[in-house]
Design a protein around this ligand. Structure first.
Ligand SMILES: *[C@@H]1O[C@H](CO)[C@@H](O)[C@H](O)[C@H]1NC(C)=O
Ligand SMILES: *[C@@H]1O[C@H](CO)[C@@H](O)[C@H](O)[C@H]1NC(C)=O
Length: 376
């Protein structure tokens, strides 16, 4: 069953349950078809457009355009992989040490990405680590010093480390390179798909460790004291800042299957109506979803409605079966119903939302907009 079908029923409700019960039930069902176990409740409270990384906005805008052209909703061309969900999983690792007495400008930080935000059914196509480095000179000495070069080492943590044990014995080096910290942020990206796939298994995710060490090209320049000057370095302030996230592209195969035959949308029929697509704008505010959906605020979903009378004209896009059914119906209306007016062509939409861990998620949903109806 497509999300659209359930969404349509959510709006055009014809039921004997109490309205509140009815809506709750339908909402849960709809969220289920959208691959969500419940309505996300981001701590941010209200959808926060500022949390969305610029790169994700770009992909969202592009996918909107592509969908207007009936493109494939199950490929993320920006990353060249199959997928209908893009998440920016936030780093939850702690700072182990930074700017300590022994080594100003040094930093050691754990990186931890909770991969359980991916549902077991999802196939991970790509996990790309993005680390952004910032460095702000605070003292005039630091400004004179110019850009700082740091050597960056990234380790995979192999197992849990017991207290007292040497943590370095439990690591494997993944990457080591130099990064120039200027007045604007520098960044580093790394494909960690295999690692992240492993992190999805229970008790396998020990995360990563990131180490920064300043590289001194000319030690003379870094001397805190030079005759005739009063410049001093303030160790606590010259610490670089690090921000990491994991871009995870995954595919929910249930939402990327080839077109299925679907059941009829049950809407009351008035005799003069003939089957056709009707305009329906779905405003997410109407179902109280503006809290977690960032974009769009609503969309033109449409629905099918109308009769499939005998003789079935060509414009009603009936199957041979439907043509025969209208014939039988015209002979004995009480025993055989008319064929149903249903969507025969649908198109996808993209949605940007926040999950329970405040990660920004971009997800493509197939079959959300009715383009054409027919008698089936
Ligand atoms: C990861 O997230 C899940 C659900 O979002 C939560 O139940 C779990 O405790 C989290 N794990 C860690 C280590 O934070
Ligand atoms: C049947 O399909 C044609 C195009 O194939 C479309 O123009 C027409 O609107 C459809 N009929 C209905 C009832 O939607």
């Amino acid at each position: 069953m497509s999300p659209l079908f359930v969404l349509a029923v959510l709006f055009v409700s014809v039921s004997s349950l109490s309205p509140a019960e009815d809506t709750r039930l339908r909402e849960r069902f709809l969220l289920g078809t959208m691959g969500l176990s419940g309505r996300p409740q981001p701590a941010a409270g209200r959808s926060d457009r500022n949390k969305v990384p610029a790169a994700l906005w770009r992909i969202y805008r592009r996918s909107e355009r592509r969908q207007a052209e009936q493109g494939d909703a199950c490929t993320v061309s920006e990353y060249g992989v199959r997928g209908n969900i893009i998440r920016y999983v936030q780093d939850q690792g702690r700072l182990v040490s930074g700017g300590s007495e022994g080594c100003q400008g040094c930093l050691e930080k754990q990186l931890f990405f909770n991969m359980s935000v991916l549902q077991p059914v999802e196939l991970l196509s790509l996990a790309q680590l993005e680390v952004h480095f910032y460095w702000k000179p605070f003292t005039s000495a630091e400004i004179l010093q110019g850009p700082q070069v740091v050597s960056v080492s990234l380790y995979k943590v192999l197992r849990a480390t017991l207290k007292g044990a040497n943590p370095k014995a439990n690591r494997r080096l993944l990457l080591s390179q130099s990064v120039q910290l200027q007045h604007k942020p520098a960044s580093l990206t790394l494909d960690v798909t295999d690692l992240a796939e492993n992190w999805r298994k229970p008790a396998r995710n020990y995360g990563l460790v990131l180490e920064l060490l300043p590289q001194v090209t000319n030690p003379e320049e870094l001397l805190p004291f030079q005759p005739g000057t009063s410049l001093t370095l303030e160790p606590a302030l010259s610490r670089p800042l690090v921000q990491a996230s994991l871009v995870a592209v995954s595919l929910n195969p249930h939402q990327c299957r080839s077109r299925q035959r679907r059941s009829a949308i049950h809407v009351p029929v008035t005799p003069s109506n003939v089957c056709k697509a009707r305009h329906l704008y779905m405003d997410f505010k109407d179902v109280g979803w503006q809290d977690w959906i960032i974009a769009p605020q609503g969309y033109m979903a449409n629905y099918c409605h109308g009769e499939c009378p005998f003789p079935l004209s060509e414009s009603l896009n009936g199957t041979n079966h439907a043509i025969l059914q209208t014939l039988v119906h015209s002979l004995d209306p009480n025993r055989t119903p008319q064929p149903c007016c249903v969507p025969i062509r649908l198109s996808p939409i993209s949605m940007l939302y926040l999950d329970n861990n405040d990660n920004v998620v971009l997800r493509h949903y197939k079959d959300m907009v009715v383009d054409e109806c027919g008698c089936r």
